[in-house]
Design a protein around this ligand. Structure first.
Ligand code: SF4
Ligand code: SF4
Length: 185
């Protein structure tokens, strides 16, 4: 189930120092960011590799229970990231492709990440139910981080970051307003 997400425009992204990646460079930049992230957070590859698709995490996720959408099952959500990771960064994925669940980066990839990694609120309840302690919340953080660097991020969140940078607080209230004295009437 797709949920409407209002994405930040180029002007908003520039305010937080992000240059949106053009469509023509999306695949190369995404793969480079996945590579960077997996080297930075080694636990990511371990979690992607360890999942046995047992499904025990499904009953932990309120997002899945509320929508009934297959891709909101934590392991299915993680698979949206795993299939790209495996296709380009594992031997099995490179050799056997879709037979091991790997898939090519295509026009749907970032759209599916936006849809489903923003339906996870990183509560990390799935990690408690998983027999291996796999934390899909961490995979969500990785995907959102990469999307943001691509220039694909909700306007609401980008505006909060912009407010923090320009006024020092998330609401965008200026310092003089905070300092204003309240006079008794
Ligand atoms: S961290 Fe995300 S996937 Fe895991 S239970 Fe919470 S909302 Fe669901
Ligand atoms: S409970 Fe753990 S091992 Fe089982 S499907 Fe979910 S993430 Fe994978």
């Amino acid at each position: 189930m797709n949920i409407p997400i209002h994405l930040a425009g180029e002007k908003d992204l520039h305010c937080i120092g992000v240059d949106p990646v053009p469509q023509s460079g999306l695949k190369a930049k995404t793969l480079s960011l996945v590579d960077e992230y997996r080297n930075f957070a080694r636990s990511l590859a371990v979690m992607l590799d360890t999942c046995t698709r047992c499904g025990a995490c499904a009953k932990a996720c309120h997002s899945y229970l509320g929508t009934g959408d297959f891709y909101n099952i934590p392991s299915a959500r993680a698979a949206l990231f795993r299939k790209i990771h495996d296709r380009y960064f594992t031997l099995a994925g490179k050799m056997l492709g879709r037979f091991v669940g790997a898939a090519e980066f295509d026009a749907e990839t970032t759209g599916s990440w936006v849809d489903y990694f923003y339906q996870c609120n990183i509560c990390r309840r799935c990690a408690v139910y998983c027999p291996f302690g796999i934390d899909t919340g961490e995979i969500t953080i990785a995907a959102r981080n990469i999307l943001t660097h691509l220039g694909i991020a909700p306007r609401f969140l980008v505006n909060i970051a912009r407010n923090e940078l320009t006024t020092g607080n998330n609401t965008g209230i200026l310092k003089p307003v905070n300092k204003q004295e309240v006079h008794p009437t």
